[in-house]
Design a protein around this ligand. Structure first.
Ligand SMILES: C[S@@+](CC[C@H](N)C(=O)[O-])C[C@H]1O[C@@H](n2cnc3c(N)ncnc32)[C@H](O)[C@@H]1O
Length: 166
């Protein structure tokens, strides 16, 4: 599977020896890259489009060793509906700012957002990230530690990194 430099860049920003959640995974490039790096524990792939997620799971499962299969988890549902403690690293890239905000606030309000690091790279509507950052509940648990970007096809993709407050 081909992994874009952008997705490799995201994975390099994650904290090793923890889980890695690739939410809005599409073809699972970031999650698969995280798996190949051998730096993470469980890898979670989340996407609501059934045929995409099924194909992603099939593609990845057929190229990895049998003993690693149990560390990979595939959830076909919108990120807002995840009903599972989300721990380790959360990558949310390639969706709009409004949806990014909705997913994170939904997890937070249901007490499922437990990750040490959030890596956000919305494609549009960056203003909504400001709304997320101003949210009282979000501010209580997370602080921005870095703002960077990655240039892909002559377009600068913003990246925001938040760590859980100690
Ligand atoms: C452009 S792709 C991004 C793929 C990858 N994260 C990247 O940055 O290269 C957007 C993906 O978001 C998924 N998506 C749409 N709504 C979603 C939601 N509510 N929760 C999670 N994923 C969603 C789509 O199905 C699609 O696969």
């Amino acid at each position: 599977m081909k992994i874009s430099k952008r997705n490799q860049f995201y994975v390099n920003l994650a904290i090793k020896d923890l889980d890695f959640w690739d939410i809005a995974c599409d073809h699972g490039q970031a999650g698969y890259c995280a798996f190949l790096s051998k730096k993470f524990n469980n890898i979670y792939f989340v996407d609501p489009v059934e045929n995409i997620l099924n194909q992603t799971e099939k593609n990845i499962r057929q190229i990895i060793d049998l003993d690693a299969q149990s560390r990979l988890h595939f959830y076909c549902l919108p990120g807002q509906d995840i009903h599972h403690k989300v721990e380790g690293n959360l990558l949310l890239a390639g969706v709009g700012g409004e949806l990014s905000k909705q997913i994170l606030l939904s997890l937070l309000s249901r007490d499922f957002l437990k990750v040490e690091r959030i890596i956000l790279s919305p494609y549009t509507d960056l203003k909504k990230i400001g709304v997320l950052e101003a949210d009282h509940h979000f501010q209580l648990h997370y602080q921005k530690v870095q703002e960077t970007s990655f240039c892909e096809n002559k377009r600068e993709r913003a990246i925001f990194i938040y760590d859980r407050k100690k």
